[in-house]
Design a protein around this ligand. Sequence first.
Ligand code: GUN
Length: 287
Amino acid sequence: MPDSQVIDGKALAETVRNELRAKVETFTAFGRSAPHLAVVLASDDPASAVYVRMKGKAADAVGLRSTQHTLSPDTSPEDLRAVVAALNDDPDVDGILVQLPLPDQHDEEAIIGMIDPSKDVDGLTPINAGRLARGDESGLMPCTPLGCIRLIEASGTEIRGARATVIGRSRLVGRPVADLLLNRHATVTTCHSRTRDLAAVCREADILVAAVGRAKFVQGDWVKPGATVIDVGINRNAEGKLEGDVDFDAARVRAGAITPVPKGVGPMTIAYLLSNTVTAAQRRRAQ
Ligand code: GUN
């Protein structure tokens, strides 16, 4: 069997960013200030610091404004709530992202829940997540799932009528990507750590989305021949190299199309964060 199509997330993210640059130019051409993304970093997790820096740089590169609000890791829950409340109230801020995970003293759900849904560029508030779960895509939606759908579409895979298996049920990826697939008329199975005979469920999938957080968890022979495989995992191995949730070399010879790690889903997540920021600005300022 010939090797599968490797879906180039880096190139597709560049396409999304170019679309955005044009939108931002239209925005500012009318004398309005560029959309403004505010990122809150309240932990001393080095990976979070790297992600937050990448998000800020990516925003600047498409002409958005970005500000980073860095708090001490021992900031009190009251002080973090005050920062989010101030960003909610600031008419100059279009998008708010509170980088997760938060240190233990914070109630993550409570913090997410207080973000103004019109500025919720992560699509994580109960209002936006609830809209999506009910098939209403008019709210802001999570970035990684939006990136996954764009990658599937770019591969030429038809979602309507396909059997889709999602491994993982997180609020950030598993649940919303299942919602988006269902809204596009796939027949969706969501799997998790208690799923019986996971391999057999995966082998039924025309579209397989892996969001487990364990390196090379999905074996090559779990992939239905010709399937489209989307690997959301970003795991660092003992040598410091990034590995996905899928055993890429083994899966590639069976899949019809597959995303690599790195340069697959990762760049798309950031591109859709920027896209959500532009969408939030357009909607808020049209009001
Ligand atoms: N931590 C890891 N990924 C994400 C993300 O997409 N959004 C937020 N807010 N935190 C994260």
